[in-house]
Ligand binder design. Structure first.
Ligand SMILES: *Cc1c(COP(=O)(O)O)cnc(C)c1O
Length: 432
């Protein structure tokens, strides 16, 4: 299996090279040269890791990492991803927040780290620096996944004051080979600084860099596993394909669901729930793609003005009608997110994070329009991670899961950094 660029340029790459490069040479995103098919679906009832391994095998075909795939999946996917009931019998929740940093980003970050650790590297070489800009959850997941891994260092940039206090603590609590910077600017500034560093040949010659952002195949592929795992169980239990409503920002999580369906998994409708950043719903409605600066919302991990994985989707389905037949999208504003969080304990028996609330709002609108069928809402983060938003709305403290509590108990230390490309470059040189 080889991987080509969505922009048609550059050479086809092996999986290992595509992982190491992150982005194709022409600036496009890697997609399979021909989308694989599965000889047979994995049986329902398998654990997550073997399910993942069965799905991802064709993507690893002929690569040096292929024999390692079962071990990579076993190492990375070692926490539960349960589908749980709510008080509304046809609304279930796929909980993706039982990993070390309490958000679904753990799945991709841990798989990517397990792959990177097995890629051949010169043992005498300098550590590889994984450079990440984060709007909140990615940085923590990547830091946790690479913490104390020999041969790696992580540099995290987050926008100071624009992540929740607990996210900020979690981004800054690792120490050792993790270096965290609070940037005096926006997430867009952080992304620009990272891009400038990657584009700087002189810097990269001195400090080997790699990325772990949401366009990496190493994050996308394992995210198919929890859709496959839950859809197979759903089909076995109810005799019908599973329908998902997915909180969406950069479209990485939702694209994995669409890829799982494309592989033949029993997945029906896929509905995207965005926050007030409505570029995706507007694009599907009008056919006009208008990326813009992001606006800040209560669901900050979805504050994305130019969803990066859309490029993969448009490469796959260039016709608007085909896109519309594959997915739909709806935007939910902050006032509605707050209302859903306030009522969800009574209505569903669940406390929701602001991102997950967007999915519930979309399902409520479908109910109001007369759709009483089964939906699975995807819970992308634990509500305790967003205590400053959720607790005032529900009127009590949200219990903190033990993995998150362990991170919050560690001292936090982040360095301030101006929103300036040269400032980041100087820091990276200083790390050596
Ligand atoms: C990253 C994130 C999202 C958005 O996921 P994408 O793959 O960028 O669409 C939603 N919710 C939470 C909690 C996240 O961390």
């Amino acid at each position: 299996m080889h991987f080509i660029s969505t922009r048609g340029g550059g050479a086809a790459q092996t999986l290992s090279n595509a992982l190491a490069l992150g982005l194709a040479e022409d600036g496009g995103l890697f997609v399979p040269e021909t989308f694989p098919s599965l000889a047979a679906l994995p049986p329902p009832g398998l654990d997550l890791a073997p399910t993942a391994s069965a799905l991802i095998t064709p993507f690893f075909a002929d690569d040096t990492l292929q024999p390692e795939l079962p071990a990579i999946c076993a190492e990375a996917l070692d926490f539960p991803v349960p589908v749980v009931a709510t008080k509304h019998s046809n609304t279930e929740v796929l909980e993706l927040f039982h990993g070390p940093t309490a958000a679904f980003k753990d799945v991709g970050a841990r798989f990517l780290a397990a792959c990177f650790a097995r890629l051949p590297r010169d043992s005498q070489a300098q550590p590889l620096t994984i450079l990440v800009a984060t709007s909140g959850d990615t940085g923590g997941a990547v830091a946790a996944a690479f913490h104390r891994r020999p041969g790696f260092r992580v540099v995290v940039l987050y926008p100071d004051g624009r992540v929740s206090p607990r996210q900020a603590h979690q981004l800054s609590c690792f120490g050792d080979n993790i270096h965290t910077y609070r940037v005096q600017g926006s997430f867009d500034d952080c992304q620009r600084m990272v891009k400038a560093a990657f584009a700087d040949a002189e810097l990269r010659a001195a400090v080997p860099l790699s990325s772990a952002n949401s366009i990496s195949l190493g994050r996308l592929l394992p995210q198919m596993s929890y859709y496959a795992h839950s859809a197979l169980a759903h089909q076995a239990k109810y005799g019908e394909p599973a329908r998902y409503v997915i909180p969406t920002g950069n479209l990485g999580n939702a694209l994995a669901c669409l890829w799982a369906r494309r592989l033949g998994l029993p997945i029906g409708e896929v509905v995207l729930a965005t926050n007030a950043n409505r570029v995706l719903p507007d694009f599907l409605a009008s056919g006009d793609y208008r990326p813009g600066p992001s606006v800040s919302t209560l669901a900050n991990a979805m504050d994305v003005g130019a969803p990066s994985n859309l490029e993969r989707l448009r490469h796959w389905l260039p016709e608007l009608d085909a896109l519309r037949a594959s997915l739909s999208a709806q935007s939910i504003g902050d006032a509605r997110l707050a209302a859903v969080i306030r009522e969800s304990e009574d209505r569903y028996g669940h406390t929701l994070c602001p991102h997950t609330a967007a999915a519930f709002a979309v399902i409520e609108d479908r109910r109001a329009a007369g759709d009483d069928g089964r939906f699975i809402a995807v819970a992308t983060a634990h509500p305790a991670k967003f205590d400053s938003v959720v607790e005032p709305l529900v009127g009590h403290a949200v219990p903190v899961p033990s993995a998150l509590a362990a991170l919050l108990a560690r001292p936090a230390q982040a360095s301030a950094l101006p929103a300036d490309d040269a400032a980041l470059k100087a820091e990276l040189h200083a790390l050596g």
